[in-house]
Design a binder for this molecule. Structure first.
Ligand SMILES: [Zn+2]
Ligand SMILES: [Zn+2]
Length: 65
């Protein structure tokens, strides 16, 4: 007689689905002028720096690649 020990199948109920919590990187939107001069940009349509100099505030569209 072969006695087979019944292995109780262990239930791994703790199936943790891998949650990729992507922290949204907030890239500070700075206009070209502020970028070039490394100024703190407001991020407005016309930032303060450009407004002072009365120049066109241009934002480079963030594109892939
Ligand atoms: Zn700016
Ligand atoms: Zn600007």
């Amino acid at each position: 007689m072969s006695s087979k020990p019944e292995n109780a199948t262990q239930e791994f109920a703790d199936e943790e689905g891998e949650q990729f919590v992507r922290t949204p990187r907030r890239t500070p939107m700075a206009c070209l002028f502020c970028r070039g001069r490394k100024l703190k940009c407001d991020g407005r349509s016309i930032c303060a720096n450009c407004l002072r100099r009365s120049i066109s505030c241009v934002y480079e569209p963030v594109g892939k690649s």
